[in-house]
Design a protein around this ligand. Structure first.
Ligand code: GUN
Length: 291
């Protein structure tokens, strides 16, 4: 049976270290880190992610700057807001929740965020540096950083290993593959046009699943002893639950946990670590500015 990686417990330990550092910064310099979380519109999933991010800031002593804009906001107004936050010395991190409504150009908006405040690591220059050998972005995207941190904290070595990333989104799959490459893994990316993905996944010592397809990866697809990091957070109908749904990953946990060496559960795996990496990035941004 696989070792189940307890993302919640690992996240808690890191959060208490972050809280300690914030207390020290505050005592020494009389300043606390500030994070602006910008949300446009009222998508339920985005609202819930943003609520979680703001709540976590409050718990750790990070000052949260809440910017809630209506669905119809113009690109010029949104960019004006970003520029205001860029100029605000109390704001050390800026996050624009994605996806944006269709009329807004995501690439344009993200490229207006100050590089030094790009705690999501989505600025084209930060992503470009992530893609290049020997160059270091100022910030790493939070979910891919969470995946690597979970592997490292579990004692899984990455160097020289075969890694397969399932999914190639800008937020998770693509940057996760770049980060694994930076850590000297041999990386393959499986996506919706890959034929026989199971034959590629079966070769992997490390699997990062970020396809957004509930329980797509079966136990028989996993190489015995592999480390499986499941980023999927899929709501599936479940009438036995009060909410009427439950969350499942992209991996069939019941099957895969019998074959893998390590596996993250959903919920309680990558999720709590992702927000923790955002808080860590915000602290790093603030430290560069304050200390
Ligand atoms: N939407 C889904 N995940 C993320 C994330 O990590 N950052 C932002 N900004 N938007 C998201």
């Amino acid at each position: 049976m696989a070792t189940v990686i307890d993302g919640k417990a690992i996240a808690q330990t890191i959060r208490s270290e972050i809280a300690d550092e914030i207390r020290l910064l505050s005592q020494k310099y009389g300043k606390v880190p500030g994070l602006a979380v910008v949300i446009v519109g009222d998508r339920k999933d985005s609202q819930s992610y943003v609520r979680m991010k703001r709540k976590s800031c409050a718990e750790l002593g990070i000052k949260s700057f809440d910017v809630d804009l209506p669905e119809q906001v113009s690109e010029a107004e949104l960019i004006k807001k970003v520029h205001e936050l860029n100029a605000n010395p109390d704001v050390h991190g800026i996050l624009v929740q994605l996806p944006l409504p269709k009329h807004l150009n995501e690439e344009k908006v993200l490229s207006e965020i100050s590089l030094e405040k790009d705690v999501d690591g989505f600025h084209p220059l930060n992503i470009g540096k992530l893609a290049m050998k020997g160059r270091d972005p100022l910030f790493l995207p939070c979910t891919p950083k969470a995946c690597i941190e979970l592997l490292q904290q579990s004692g899984v070595s990455i160097k020289g290993k075969r890694a397969v990333v399932v999914g190639r989104s800008n937020i998770v799959g693509l940057p996760a593959s770049l980060l694994l490459l930076k850590a000297d893994a041999t990386v393959s990316i499986v996506h919706s046009h890959t034929s026989q993905p199971e034959s590629i996944i079966r070769e992997a010592d490390i699997v990062i699943a970020a396809a957004g397809q509930p329980m797509m990866i079966k136990g028989s697809w996993i190489k015995p002893g592999a480390a499986v990091i499941d980023v999927g957070t899929n709501a599936v109908d479940d009438p036995t639950k009060k909410t009427g749904y439950r969350l499942v990953g992209d991996v069939d946990f019941a099957e895969a946990s019998k074959v893998a060496g390590w596996i993250t559960p959903v919920p309680g795996g990558v999720g709590p670590m992702t927000v923790t990496m955002l808080l860590k990035n915000t602290l790093e941004g603030a430290r560069r500015y304050i200390a």
